[in-house]
Design a protein around this ligand. Structure first.
Ligand code: HEC
Length: 187
């Protein structure tokens, strides 16, 4: 009887239901990242084509947070972006996000493909359980107009006006620019 109890306890503790819940949530998060990233890219391309980085800056400034909210919508997900060197103060990382992104940097130094870099956990605290997910965002050539080493003076002026605490300059193509960050309260 005791043996049976011990066995069932073992089965509960090592229950695959818990890890599959996590994996299901990660799959959901990947879908949201795809939608969010796709819409950001579309807006950025339209802005750059329509008027260059100055016009696109206004779009990023106004649209990025709005798109994040819209993609989360009524799903219960909080959707956003963060960076170890953030432009917007609203995108500064908390401790878990910082550790996840430092780990991405470590993986990059070890030669790992950025496209495969993600991290997810279920965190339990006094407020209940929360699922958190991050996925690395690579820096492409098109990003350098606003995040690179040689940003045009008029673009720089606009950045300083909108983001006096900006840290998101000096990136090179192939750097990790930041990460998508998502969370969902579970119960
Ligand atoms: C036209 C200028 C512009 C271009 C080009 C641009 N960004 Fe940004 N980026 C911004 C602005 C403005 C913000 C701040 C948005 C906000 O207020 O949330 C930002 C914020 C971010 C953030 C959120 C973290 C932070 O620093 O606040 C990430 C990640 C990011 N950009 C990645 C990229 C990537 C990747 C590219 C290229 C594919 C890119 N950006 C191209 C202007 C630009």
């Amino acid at each position: 009887m005791l043996k049976l109890l011990a066995l069932s306890l073992f089965l509960v503790l090592s229950s695959p239901a818990i890890s599959s819940e996590k994996d299901d949530l990660a799959a959901e998060a990947r879908g949201l990242v795809k939608a969010f990233g796709g819409q950001l890219k579309q807006q950025l391309q339209a802005g750059m084509k329509g008027g260059g980085p100055l016009v696109a800056m206004d779009i990023c400034n106004a649209q990025a947070p709005a798109i994040a909210t819209a993609v989360g919508g009524s799903t219960g997900w909080k959707v956003g972006r963060s960076s170890l060197k953030a432009r917007s103060e609203n995108n500064r990382p908390d401790e878990w996000e910082m550790l996840a992104m430092l780990d991405f940097e470590k993986q990059k130094s070890a030669g790992k493909d950025m496209a495969a870099m993600e991290n997810y956990v279920v965190i339990e605290n006094s407020n209940g359980r929360i699922f958190r997910y991050m996925k690395a965002i690579p820096t492409a050539e098109v990003c350098l107009a606003c995040h690179g080493e040689n940003v045009k003076p008029e673009v720089l002026a606009k950045i300083n006006q909108l983001y006096p605490m900006d840290q998101a300059l000096g990136f090179k193509a192939g750097d990790i620019r930041g990460a998508f960050t998502l969370s969902k309260k579970l119960d």
